[in-house]
Design a binder for this molecule. Structure first.
Ligand SMILES: Nc1ncnc2c1ncn2[C@@H]1O[C@H](COP(=O)(O)OP(=O)(O)OP(=O)(O)O)[C@@H](O)[C@H]1O
Ligand SMILES: [Mg+2]
Length: 358
């Protein structure tokens, strides 16, 4: 009996949900976190009625029988959040009991699932253009071999599909580089106005092609902050490109920048760069997921426009690195505003900042 009291006090001191089962297969001790996981009223009961899940029950029975240490899986949590546990079973000879402790491995399980999803997505995205390319190669080397008109048409489509694969691989590399650097705070002083100016200049031809008017409304005063000029340019390029692509023709895309000494999102000095379009907007259900890799609100349209669905994921990582934020405001039929919020140090000067475009 003294042994049981000692065992119970050791179990009570352990951080992981832990319980002990005796020879009679009853639960003779459990700590508060085990009560939280398994519910109250477990004390004194037969372990099968408490643990219930067959794989774990089997493992406990085997360890009770042969005394060998084992691991098993236990799925817990509620409707809001599923949890995965690795359960360690080991016999404590001195107390003639079996110790059962639950280790929460939910985040590892989720990371594994995300990795698998990512590989599946990448393969799927690459396979689509690849299948098209293979089909056209077959047609060109067979039935359409001597048809000059068809050959030109097919080659143009093939160039488009190869371009899509190339963009996808480029975006994947960019994403992995940006993710790798996320913890390295940028330390170069850059001028945001110059970056915005050159981004708008570079995208003007695309706007003209799409009958969109790009309206820069950010003034000409330098805006100095610590940043990575190339990455910031990548952020604004994607946002303005999206506004042009998804905003539709005969519309204006407006780019503004506003500084404030105390931005509510940063609780400090910051600048908000807002890219606004007047297109079809985005349904509220999509907004929280837009920065996920490969997430597209209108996947058919996005693909048709050559989008990889990685742009906003890259934006999010770059902004994380800059300790910034992205806010999206949109209503169907009323256009969309993408707001980039970047921290600024009060009193920074921008003299040293070169124009990012050569
Ligand atoms: N201004 C916008 N108006 C409407 N929908 C938008 C807008 N910006 C983004 N979206 C939606 O968000 C999705 C994700 O955008 P994101 O930039 O991540 O990918 P993409 O533009 O499809 O591909 P990429 O940027 O790699 O070329 C788009 O596919 C589109 O459905
Ligand atoms: Mg994009």
């Amino acid at each position: 009996m003294a042994d049981t009291a000692f065992l119970a006090s050791v179990i009570a001191a352990l951080p992981l949900p832990t319980l002990a089962i005796d020879r009679n297969e009853r639960i003779i001790a459990l700590n508060d976190s085990a009560v939280e996981l398994l519910g109250s009223g477990a004390y004194g009961r037969h372990f099968v009625t408490v643990l219930r899940q067959p794989t774990l029950v089997d493992a406990v029975e085997q360890t009770l029988a042969d005394g060998k240490a084992r691991k098993a899986q236990y799925l817990g949590g509620d409707a809001a959040r599923e949890q995965t546990f690795t359960v360690n079973l080991s016999r404590i000879a001195a107390a003639d009991a079996l110790l059962v402790s639950f280790q929460d491995v939910t985040s590892e399980a989720e990371a594994g699932q995300m990795r698998r999803d990512f590989v599946a997505n990448v393969s799927h995205e690459l396979r689509t253009p690849l299948t098209a390319l293979m089909g056209f190669i077959e047609t060109l080397s067979g039935p359409a071999r001597d048809d000059a008109a068809a050959r030109d048409r097919f080659l143009a489509i093939m160039a488009g599909e190869a371009g899509r694969m190339n963009r996808l691989v480029g975006d994947l590399l960019s994403l992995s580089r940006v993710e790798g650097e996320e913890r390295v705070k940028p330390d170069t002083r850059v001028d945001l106005t110059a970056i915005l100016r050159s981004t708008v200049r570079n995208l003007n031809p695309l706007a003209v092609d799409n009958d969109v008017t790009l309206v820069p409304e950010f003034g000409s005063d330098p805006l100095a902050l610590l940043g990575d000029a190339d990455q910031l340019q990548q952020v604004f390029t994607n946002l303005i490109e999206n506004a042009i692509k998804y905003g539709g023709p005969d519309q204006k895309v407006i780019v503004t920048a506003e500084t404030s000494l105390r931005d509510p999102a940063l609780r400090g000095p910051g600048v908000r760069i807002i890219v606004t379009d007047h297109g079809p907007g985005i349904d509220a259900q999509h907004l929280p997921r837009l920065t996920e890799r490969f997430y597209r609100a209108d996947s058919h349209r996005s693909r048709a426009l050559g989008g990889t669905g990685l742009g906003l994921a890259i934006v999010k990582h770059i902004l994380n690195r800059h300790r910034g934020r992205l806010k999206i405001i949109s209503e169907p039929g009323k256009g969309a505003s993408f707001i980039v919020i970047l921290p600024m140090d009060a009193g920074q000067k921008s003299e040293e900042t070169p124009d990012p475009t050569p």
